[in-house]
Every structure is written in C-alpha cells, then in structure tokens.
Design a protein around this ligand. Sequence first.
Ligand SMILES: *[C@@H]1O[C@H](CO)[C@@H](O)[C@H](O)[C@H]1NC(C)=O
Ligand SMILES: *[C@@H]1O[C@H](CO)[C@@H](O)[C@H](O)[C@H]1NC(C)=O
Length: 264
Amino acid sequence: MLPCVRWLQPLLALLSSVLLSSWGQNCPTNCQCPDPHTVDCSGRGLTRLPDSIPLDVRRLLLSDNWIPWIPSDFLVLYSDLVYLDLRNNSLSRIEPGTLSTSSRLVFLDLGSNNLTEIPSGTFGESRSLIKLRLGNNPYLSMVSEDAFMGLTSLRELELERNALSSLDVGVLGQLPSLRVVRLEGNPWVCNCNFAKLFGWLMENRQKLPTESLLCKAWGQGGGVGCDVRSEGAELMRCRDVHVTGISEEAEVTESPACGKALLV
Ligand SMILES: *[C@@H]1O[C@H](CO)[C@@H](O)[C@H](O)[C@H]1NC(C)=O
Ligand SMILES: *[C@@H]1O[C@H](CO)[C@@H](O)[C@H](O)[C@H]1NC(C)=O
C-alpha cells in the first residue's frame, strides 16, 4: 500500500461528511430534501422558483405552486436533473431553449398549467425523456408540427383535456419509441387533419389508453364519436352523438385529399 493512501482515506471520509452536512444546509428555505438528490418544494405557495437549489439535484419537485415562468437558462446549471415536476403551476410559456440542455431528463410534468402553445424546439434534443405530461392546460390550442422532434426515447405523451381542435399527425409520427398517447377531452374538429390523425390512431390503436375520441362537426350541436379501439374496424367507426344520445352510424367515405375522411 502506498503511504499516501493511508491519509487519503480519512481525508475522503472528512470530505464526504462536509459535503453531506452542507447538503442539509443547502436545502432551499421552506423546502424539504429527503435525500441528497431530491429537493421537494411542492405545495409551498411559491410564486417564483426557489433560490439556491443544490447544483447536483436529480429530482426537483415544484408541483402545486403559483410559479408563472422559468428563465430560459434555469436548467443550464442542473445538468444532473432526471425528474422535474412542475404540475399545477401558472406557467403560460416555456421559452425556447429552456429544456434544450437537460440531456438527462427522463420525466417532465407540465400538466395543469396555463400553457397556450408548444412551439417547435421547445424540448431541444432531450433524448433521455421518457414521460412527458402536458395535459390539463385549458388554453393549449397549438402543438407545432415538430414540437417533439428529437425526443427519441419518449414513451408516454399526455395531451389530454387541452384546447386542441387539431393536431398534425406528424407530431406523433416522429416519436419512434411512443407507447402511450393520451388525447381525450380535446375539442377536436372533424376535418381532414382529424381524419389523418384518426387514421394513424387506427394503426396504432394499442397506444391509446382510452376507448374513443370525439370530434365536432361544423355547425352541429353534437359531435361524432369515433371508436378508435374497436376490433377489426377497417374504416372509421364513427357515430353521431347528439345531446340526447347516440344515433345511427355516421357516413364514412374516402376522399382523395384526406384518405379515410369523415363526412357526417
Ligand atoms: C393546485 O395547487 C393549488 C395551490 O397549491 C392547490 O390549492 C390545489 O389544490 C392544487 N390542485 C390540484 C388539482 O392538486
Ligand atoms: C391563463 O391564461 C388565460 C388566457 O391566456 C388568462 O386569462 C388567465 O388569467 C391565465 N391564468 C393564470 C392563472 O395565469
């Protein structure tokens, strides 16, 4: 054994105890740090991001606060971040580039916020991202065609109960690892875009956890319920849904422009 190793060991022990105790002191005010890599500030009535979050944080829990924005360079410092929960805050916008440096991020929850659109490049190339929750943003009406470009590991995408009347099918087509997509509870309009989306969903039925999607036809009080998961359906199985209940099957025709288009 080299002589220096004998004093190296106690030095390392001393160093790690200093680090451990400083981790306890570094926990942001009013937050909890149950382990060296978790900072839990959920439900603290925060109106902005907490100061002095330890740089080696891996799990950052900020749900149930009133945080209205994140500076675009916020995540640059936290390169170890794996899990970021911002559910139920007041975010109305994610600045482009905010998430482009989060190369280790696996889980991101932006559900129950006030987002209005997901522009292209929002997530940069977060190649580790596996689960992305964007549901329950009641004003979210626009998802750019290449909003999720580069998310090659993404398995679960939640877009339910937003304000989407339309979604370009390419948005889903560019996600090679997608296993689960939630789209229910949006005000879909029965048009060419929906027909294409529906066609994709028919081919990827197993990825949709809910039974049916409802689209609204122009000028009608009701909507058209499309049972995406019905077995053996070759054409869209859609039924008129009126306020009073479900009536006959709607007429389904193919059109050169939309493929299997939907006419009511
Ligand atoms: C959202 O956060 C607010 C503020 O902390 C809380 O009062 C409310 O119960 C939360 N809503 C949900 C659905 O958890
Ligand atoms: C959410 O956005 C809407 C419309 O953009 C706005 O009227 C409302 O005040 C916002 N609410 C919060 C809590 O930020």
